[in-house]
Design a protein. Structure first.
Length: 95
């Protein structure tokens, strides 16, 4: 993972936490299971308290981060958000 232009990270609530909670292995990050491990739920809860959560989420969407919890979202949730934005932009261009 290479982080570019992330001055905001110094203010991130997760900066001193165990990285394993933010980067789960297996299908949970692909949205193929309803089970969300406790560590991932913890990471999402920490994101909920983070002063730079929105910046983190936007970074992950812009950089197309494929793995991990970023801005309180798993990869499949970010992919869904990215698709919705692209669809909205496409509809706006055609109107």
């Amino acid at each position: 993972m290479v982080l570019r232009n992330i001055d905001w990270y110094e203010s991130a609530a997760c900066r001193t936490s165990e990285r394993g909670n933010w980067f789960p292995e297996g299908r949970v990050d692909e949205g193929r299971t309803r089970y969300v491990p406790e560590g991932v739920r913890y990471a999402i809860a920490v994101c909920g308290t983070c002063p730079v959560c929105d910046l983190c989420r936007e970074h992950a969407i812009a950089e197309n981060e494929k793995v991990g919890v970023w801005g309180g979202l798993l990869s499949y949730e970010r992919a869904r958000m990215r698709r919705r934005r692209m669809d909205a932009a496409r509809r706006q261009r055609t109107t």
